[in-house]
Design a protein around this ligand. Structure first.
Ligand SMILES: [Ca+2]
Ligand SMILES: [Ca+2]
Length: 260
C-alpha cells in the first residue's frame, strides 16, 4: 500500500517537473554553451611556469570540438612590441576580430615581465588590465578560446560578456589571491546558430589592478564547430538546456581542481 502511494506521488512529481521545464523552454530558451577551463597555479611574479598541463588539456578539449581545417589561432608574434589598440586580426572563415580598449603587445623572451606575465607561444603576448578590453567581431562567431596568464593574483575573477542581441556574462572560475604567474585556458563554444555572438567584453572583479596576459586566441564560426549529437527527445532537450551546462562546468572545475 505504501509502495503504491509512493509510485503515484512520484509520477505526479515527474509530470510537474516536465510542465515546469516546458514553460521555461518556451519562455526563455536557455543557452547551452559548452565551457572549457583548465588552470595551472603560479609560482610567483618572477617565475614562468615550465609547463601548463591543465590549461593545455582544456585547450586540447576545446579544439577537439572544432574542425581541424581553417580554424586559426592568433599568437601575437607578428606584431611590433608596443603595439596598442585597436588591433584588427583576421581569422580565416570567421571574419575579423578587433581588439579594443587598453593593452599592449609585449615581448618577453624569457622569464616574466616582472609581474608574473609571459607568453604561452613564442616571445609575445597581449598585456591588458581587463578594465577596458573587448573583442569586436565582424561576423558572428561560435567558438572563442584563449590563454590567460597571471589572472587572480590581485584577487580578481575574470568575466566575459557575450553580445548576441542581448548580453550574457560568464565568470571564469579562476583561483583568486594565488601567487602570480598562473596560466589558465578558457574556451566557450555555442551549440547552435542562436547562440553565436558578435562581441566579447572582458571584465574583472578587481578591474584595473588584476592585469593579465592574453595569448593564443582562437575564434571559430558555427560552421567550424563539429556537430553535436542531437537529443533523442523533447524532454532530453529541455533537461539539457536547464541543467546540462551547469553540470558540465562543475565537472570540469572539479577535474581542474583535482589536477591542480
Ligand atoms: Ca602578477
Ligand atoms: Ca604568443
Amino acid at each position: 500500500m505504501a509502495n503504491s502511494t509512493f509510485v503515484k506521488f512520484g509520477t505526479q512529481s515527474l509530470l510537474g517537473t516536465i510542465a515546469i521545464a516546458t514553460v521555461i523552454g518556451i519562455g526563455s530558451p536557455a543557452h547551452a554553451y559548452t565551457f572549457f577551463f583548465g588552470e595551472d597555479l603560479g609560482l610567483g611574479e618572477g617565475t614562468r611556469l615550465p609547463n601548463t598541463p591543465n590549461a593545455d588539456a582544456a585547450r586540447k578539449n576545446f579544439l577537439s570540438n572544432l574542425v581541424r581545417v581553417g580554424v586559426a589561432t592568433e599568437t601575437f608574434e607578428s606584431f611590433a612590441p608596443g603595439t596598442t589598440l585597436p588591433l584588427p586580426i583576421t581569422f580565416p572563415g570567421a571574419g575579423t576580430a578587433t581588439l579594443q580598449g587598453d593593452g599592449t603587445i609585449n615581448n618577453v623572451p624569457t622569464g616574466t615581465n616582472g609581474s608574473g606575465r609571459y607568453p604561452i607561444s613564442g616571445d609575445q603576448y597581449f598585456d591588458t588590465s581587463s578594465a577596458s578590453f573587448s573583442v569586436d567581431l565582424t561576423a558572428p562567431v561560435a567558438a572563442f578560446g584563449f590563454y590567460g596568464i597571471d589572472v587572480g593574483d590581485f584577487n580578481g575573477k575574470l568575466t566575459l560578456t557575450l553580445a548576441n542581441g542581448g548580453t550574457e556574462t560568464f565568470s571564469v572560475p579562476n583561483t583568486v589571491s594565488s601567487l602570480g604567474g598562473s596560466a589558465l585556458y578558457y574556451g566557450i563554444i555555442a551549440s547552435d546558430p542562436s547562440e553565436v555572438f558578435t562581441q566579447v567584453t572582458f571584465g574583472n572583479t578587481a578591474a584595473g589592478s588584476d592585469v593579465f596576459g592574453f595569448d593564443n586566441l582562437t575564434i571559430g564560426s558555427i560552421e567550424q564547430v563539429k556537430a553535436v549529437p542531437e537529443a533523442t527527445s523533447m524532454l532530453g532537450v529541455l533537461a539539457f538546456a536547464a541543467f546540462g551546462t551547469a553540470s558540465k562546468v562543475k565537472r570540469k572545475q572539479l577535474k581542474a581542481t583535482a589536477k591542480g
